[in-house]
Ligand binder design. Structure first.
Ligand SMILES: *Cc1c(COP(=O)(O)O)cnc(C)c1O
Length: 360
């Protein structure tokens, strides 16, 4: 069997060119006579891999010199704890609840201090982004937290919240490197890479240097202090070496394909194909308020659970994998990350049209 069109929300599709390069270098990386999986993280070869990866993501995102780039483990979920442990100096933080991932981060922060939900779209099953232009930001909030792209519900902040001068922290797991970003607007941007960048096991955190101090909550373990990793260039202990190597290859692929501005154009073009069809279809409907639609995750329904299940099953048989919606939402979801070719979306829409004509 050949490669399928993989619409998984994560771990997700990676560029085929990158996978081929990894395969070609599997037994002998660059004349070292060993795989990247087998080499010391203190070796010259790996040092070059991690340094090049950092330089490339800095170039891609235009990361200013006063920000650290950290390669960490523990998944995005571990950041839900590390963020309050490192930054809740006043023990107060404000959270905007736009879905399950934001809610989980908010709940975790409650372990460490006073986490306030200053806005939420729970009232309409997280199908929109609340107006964040004038929120009741807490006087002594250590930071304001958002999940910028909501993987499960398919919404995205098109405008960042007005944090009234407080540091903004964003989980960008499912929109990482999907479009240009002004890093200066954030105190910290982070994401698990397994959605849009690389294999599971790596988290990239981009943190403004003044945020990284020894002044963390008492009892914070060494491994959970950003300072530990920042002071050691992400090599305090063994990093997720192979995953970092694959991320580095994806950065090169992004650069070769025009960088983030070109990615945005491609992603907008792909998303438009699917959303335009959802808007005209008599069978399928998008579930998200149009102005808040994600370019990466596109949930849709027929309104009939049996028909949804039939669609997912027939789509799978036709080579369109992982279209089932999140277990908490139902319906369908097509994740169309950077590495999903335009052709994959076109073929999916063709299949949906055909399904519609047979089932209406
Ligand atoms: C998948 C996801 C997470 C959780 O990631 P893990 O690496 O599994 O902990 C957190 N936030 C967002 C936005 C996600 O999409």
């Amino acid at each position: 069997m050949g490669r399928v069109y993989n619409f998984s929300a994560g771990p997700a599709v990676l560029p085929e060119e990158v996978l081929r390069e990894c395969a070609a270098e599997m037994l002998d990386y660059n004349g070292t006579g060993m795989s990247v999986m087998e080499m010391s993280h203190r070796s010259k070869a790996f040092e070059e891999i991690i340094n090049t990866a950092e330089a490339d993501i800095r170039e891609l995102m235009g990361i200013p010199a006063n920000y650290k780039v950290l390669f960490l483990q523990g998944g995005a979920s571990q950041q839900f704890a590390m963020i309050p442990m490192n930054f809740m100096k006043n023990k107060v933080a404000d959270y905007i609840i736009t879905g399950q991932w934001a809610k989980k981060a908010y709940q975790e922060a409650q372990i460490f201090g006073q986490a306030n939900a200053i806005a939420s779209s729970a009232d309409q099953t997280f199908s929109y982004i609340p107006d964040c232009s004038d929120l009741p930001v807490s006087e002594n909030a250590d930071y304001v937290y958002i999940c910028e792209n909501n993987t499960i519900y398919g919404t995205k902040f098109k405008t960042l919240p007005n944090t009234k001068g407080k540091p903004l922290i964003a989980d960008v797991s499912s929109c990482f490197l999907s479009e240009p970003v002004d890093v200066n607007k954030y105190a910290m941007i982070y994401g698990g890479v397994q959605k849009n960048v690389g294999p599971a096991g790596v988290v990239i955190a981009i943190i403004r240097e003044d945020m990284i101090t020894e002044d963390v909550l008492p009892g914070t373990p060494t491994m959970l202090k950003y300072k530990t990793h920042a002071d050691n260039n992400s090599l305090y202990n063994t990093p997720p070496a192979y995953g970092i190597y694959v991320c580095g290859k994806v950065f090169k692929w992004l650069k070769a394909n025009g960088g983030l501005a070109a990615m945005k154009e491609r992603n907008e073009e792909k998303a438009k194909i699917l959303y335009d069809y959802l808007d005209e279809s008599k069978l399928f409907k998008g579930t998200v308020r149009a102005c808040d639609r994600s370019l990466m995750n596109v949930p849709f329904v027929t309104g009939n659970e049996e028909l949804d299940a039939k669609f997912v099953k027939e789509a799978k048989a036709a080579g369109f994998e992982n279209l089932k919606g999140h277990r908490t939402v139902g319906g369908m979801r097509a994740s169309i990350y950077n590495a999903m070719p335009k052709k994959g979306v076109e073929e999916l829409v063709k299949f949906m049209k055909d399904f519609e004509s047979k089932n209406m």
